[in-house]
Design a protein around this ligand. Structure first.
Ligand code: HEM
Length: 162
């Protein structure tokens, strides 16, 4: 096993694999509320970078749905964190924000998408990822689209699976 790059010590609580403990809840004014399950993995190879994958599935049929993968970097000497993300929907994004204790508060800084991405297009994303005192990880994602102001799309909690 490779030793964790010391630059990433403030994020060591993320590392490993996580699985939703109960189905996550999806919503948005323009869609039917839905439930989903999701697995997360955060790993490293000794670089000052975390590699991650988020894989979501239909809560009942387990059919693969949304997927994200990317990298996490920290600004040297600061608690500023950047997520570099690719989504299977054709969206790529940079999110940045501050780490306070074991809580990341991220806002999209740049969004781009394939020319034939489905509408409505996402215009803004904000995301909170935090380790709760009970040892569960919690993720809340809000978005704004062409048609709708910033509002919650996802809420889910995970337990450690390794
Ligand atoms: C719908 C974006 C993550 C499941 C949507 C819509 C957008 C969107 C723009 C269409 C909203 C509308 O029609 O007004 C995103 C973004 C995500 C994300 C930016 C990540 C940051 C997820 C995840 C799931 C999911 C993890 C889990 C399964 C759905 C479903 C719908 C939906 C079921 C409604 C049906 C559909 O349009 O496909 N999402 N989504 N999304 N999203 Fe997400």
């Amino acid at each position: 096993t490779v030793e964790l790059n010391p630059a990433l010590l403030p994020l060591d609580w993320l590392l490993g694999s996580w699985e939703s403990d109960e189905p996550g809840e999806g919503c948005f004014t323009s869609i039917k509320p839905f439930r989903y399950i999701e697995t997360l993995n955060f790993s490293h190879v000794g670089q000052p970078v975390i590699n991650f994958t988020f894989n979501a599935f239909h809560a009942e049929t387990k059919k693969p749905l949304h997927r994200e993968c990317g990298f996490i970097r920290m600004q040297p000497g600061a608690l500023r964190v950047a997520f570099i993300i690719a989504q299977n929907s054709g969206l790529v994004e940079i999110e940045e924000g501050e780490l306070t204790a074991q809580r990341l508060n991220l806002q999209s800084q740049a969004l781009a998408r394939v020319s034939f991405a489905r509408e409505p297009h996402v215009q803004k994303i904000s995301r909170v990822i935090q380790l709760r005192p009970d040892g569960r990880l919690e993720q809340t994602v809000s978005m704004a689209t062409d048609n709708q102001p910033l509002m919650q799309h996802l809420h889910i909690t995970y337990r450690r699976s390794s």
